[in-house]
Ligand binder design. Structure first.
Ligand SMILES: Nc1nc2c(ncn2[C@@H]2O[C@H](COP(=O)(O)OP(=O)(O)OP(=O)(O)O)[C@@H](O)[C@H]2O)c(=O)[nH]1
Ligand SMILES: [Mg+2]
Length: 637
């Protein structure tokens, strides 16, 4: 199941909300003022069931330039954008501004929805489409499909849905649900009887009910009371879902749009950011030192001043390193994208990427500072190492191979791998000759498969202890070395994700089934063995009714595992207690005399020679006796 978020963008009145209503049947303009004025003011949320079966979250944004701040807050987490252009007007100012914002925030997968086709003639449509393609050529939207629709008449919508499905399937990437969660808040409200509820798009990771998370930047931890996704209660929510979370311990008035919910100590509040900033080609302004700007990142909007670190000024189409000095604290991560708008008049002038979320105060034109930022920008060697580890998910990769592939020294690779391990991106398995590295995502998939297979196996074979470790290895991970795999399994054991009984693996709470059938079969087996005494019965000759041979074998195995029964020879089994007695007696006997013979054993246990021989052979295997040379004689071990 892919979790995806579809967003709208486009100029005011071009039909974004109407389109969403036509697709989903739901009106996302919730406010009285929105309904009265016929415009969208704040973000609208709903969902859409794709024909492929996935349920996509929908974020509808306002087109009015006065509400661009709300629009920007809605963009974070969008996977696919419906850029709506009304055919009767074509590309308009906020179409362009939205395109710039999407581009700056790195949201690139879009469909150009040419709406209101019912209002214009075919010739006109051709013209508008041509004009759009011309304007988009050379931009990130150059390859975006253009789909003609009318949200009013429904014309073209089935095809639009097809295109959405195809892009969702082929182009939207799966998100990492395994990393630490981060949820920027876009709404906070309180609900009678529930308390504080926040909503947002979960950007990464998974949140589970009862998790304790921290609300940044206010620094309050809170237990997750309940979670809803698309109006339904769930125990967990995943990256790429629209979620509503009921929080304990925090009042609604303490939270605002822009706060972020994440694990305690996973981020550090800051009022300084080092960034790489680009000024839009189309900007009418030159960014000068100390200019006051509105910074938008995640769902937050904060005033700041820009200290230009490596240039006197940054003009249209240019970029530079900038330290942003914020008027309030926020919590962000390296690599987060942002947009800046001019303070007054408000217009989008540029944006970029956060290179250092917790810097020291810098003075301008410091060589060292600029070099450090260059290094941070170009991406660390650790990123490259991670890429290689990721592409070796099936086999794992050794440090030696990594160093070959990356042309880095062994020391550099080791250092990068240590860093990646510390941040939880890779798992490391030190072996005698080399160290194996596995990507967290591959390990997480492996874990899921193992647990899934174990659960299936346990259902299918309730009278077994679980699946043999070696069987899992060959079935699922034939390309991973067995001793490395063993180390991985013992980590799973340490984490109590699986339990091991001898060479069997099972899920942590699994118990062998001991129902009436078990009682009946094990009872029959034990009784037959008990009755036979030292005149052992052959297993195949014990009459057990009403079960398959497989189940009978499984139950015998349980008795063996639990040491109620021991195997004397290939075909003969007996009660452990009998063999314990036999051990004692034989040990005693060997204290009195140096040698014991099969004939003596036969007489001691009132049995036949046929059973006496295996008794001695058994005693050899448990190191009570050993052969002297003669087939029929034993001495003490
Ligand atoms: N004829 C025609 N009218 C449309 C179509 N789509 C939308 N409209 C009308 O256009 C007007 C604006 O539609 P909205 O859906 O509110 O536009 P919007 O893009 O959401 O506007 P904002 O959210 O305020 O930016 C409404 O009166 C719609 O009925 C269409 O395909 N054909
Ligand atoms: Mg609207």
């Amino acid at each position: 199941m892919k979790h995806i978020i579809i967003g709208t963008a486009g100029h005011i009145d071009h039909g974004k909300t109407t389109l969403i209503k036509a697709l989903t049947g739901r009106n996302t303009d919730r406010w009285e003022e929105e309904q009265r004025r016929g415009i969208t003011i704040d973000l609208g949320f709903t969902w859409f069931d794709l024909p492929g079966g996935d349920r996509a979250g929908i974020i509808d944004v306002p087109g009015h330039e006065k509400f661009i701040n709300n629009m920007v807050a809605g963009v974070v987490g969008m996977d696919l954008v419906l850029l709506v252009v009304a055919a009767d007007e074509g590309i308009m100012p906020q179409t362009r501004e939205h395109m710039d914002i999407l581009n700056l925030l790195g949201i690139e997968k879009s469909i150009i929805v040419l709406n209101k086709c019912d209002l214009v003639e075919e010739d006109w449509l051709e013209l508008v489409e041509e004009e759009i393609k011309e304007e988009l050529s050379g931009t990130f939207l150059e390859k975006a499909p253009v789909v003609r629709v009318s949200a009013a008449t429904g014309e073209g919508l089935p095809y639009l849905v097809e295109v959405i499905q195809r892009m969702a399937e082929e182009e939207v990437e799966e998100k990492d649900t395994d990393t630490i969660p981060r949820l920027p808040v876009d709404r906070a409200f309180s609900l009678q009887g529930f308390g504080t509820i926040i909503t947002g798009t979960l950007l990464s990771g998974t949140i589970t009910r009862e998790d304790t998370l921290e609300m940044y930047p206010i620094g309050r931890t809170s237990k997750i009371r309940s979670i809803q996704v698309h109006g339904e209660d769930v125990d967990k929510c995943f990256a790429g879902q629209r979620v509503a979370v009921n929080l304990s311990n925090i009042k609604k008035r303490e939270i605002k749009r822009g706060c972020v919910l994440a694990p305690p100590d996973s981020m550090k509040n800051t009022d300084l950011l080092d960034v790489k900033m680009r000024i839009l080609d189309s900007s009418m302004r030159v960014l000068t030192n100390h200019a006051r700007l509105h910074l938008f990142t995640g769902t937050s909007e904060i005033l700041c001043r820009a200290v230009l670190l490596d240039r006197e000024e940054i003009g249209p189409g240019e970029d530079g390193y900038v330290q942003l000095r914020l008027e309030e604290e926020i919590a962000v991560k390296k690599g987060d994208k942002f947009v800046v708008r001019f303070y007054s008049p408000m217009e989008t002038i540029g944006g970029g990427v956060i290179l250092e979320p917790n810097p020291a105060v810098h003075r301008r034109f410091q060589q060292q500072v600029i070099e450090d930022l260059e290094r941070k920008e170009s991406g660390s060697t650790a990123d490259v190492v991670e890429m290689h580890v990721r592409s070796h998910g099936e086999t794992m990769i050794t440090l030696a191979e990594l160093s070959k592939l990356t042309a880095l020294t062994a020391d550099e690779v080791t250092r990068d791998v240590e860093e990646l391990e510390k941040e939880g991106t890779v798992l490391v398995f030190p072996m005698r000759k080399d160290t194996y590295v596995w990507h967290r995502q591959a390990a997480a998939r492996a874990r899921e498969r193992i647990l899934g297979d174990l659960a299936d196996y346990e259902k299918k074979y309730p009278y077994r202890y679980g699946m043999k470790k070696a069987q899992i290895h060959t079935a699922l991970f034939p390309k991973i070395k067995p001793n490395v795999f063993d180390l991985y399994i013992s980590r799973l054991e340490d984490e109590q994700a699986v339990r091991r009984v001898e060479e069997f693996l099972c899920t942590p709470d699994y118990q062998v089934r001991k129902d009436s059938l078990y009682q009946q079969v094990s009872g029959a087996l034990l009784e037959a063995m008990e009755k036979a005494g030292f005149d052992f019965v052959r297993y195949g000759e014990i009459p057990v009714k009403g079960v398959s041979q497989e189940v009978e074998d499984d139950i015998l195995n349980i008795l063996l595992e639990e040491k109620q029964v021991v195997k004397v020879t290939e075909e003969m089994y007996t009660l452990s207690s009998y063999m314990e007695q036999a051990k004692e007696k034989i040990r005693e006997k060997l204290k009195e005399e140096p040698v014991i013979t099969i004939a003596q054993v036969r007489d001691m246990f009132h049995t036949s020679r046929k059973s006496a021989k295996p008794i001695l052979e058994y005693m050899d295997t448990v190191k009570v006796t050993r052969k002297t040379g003669a087939e029929s004689e034993r001495v003490a071990y």
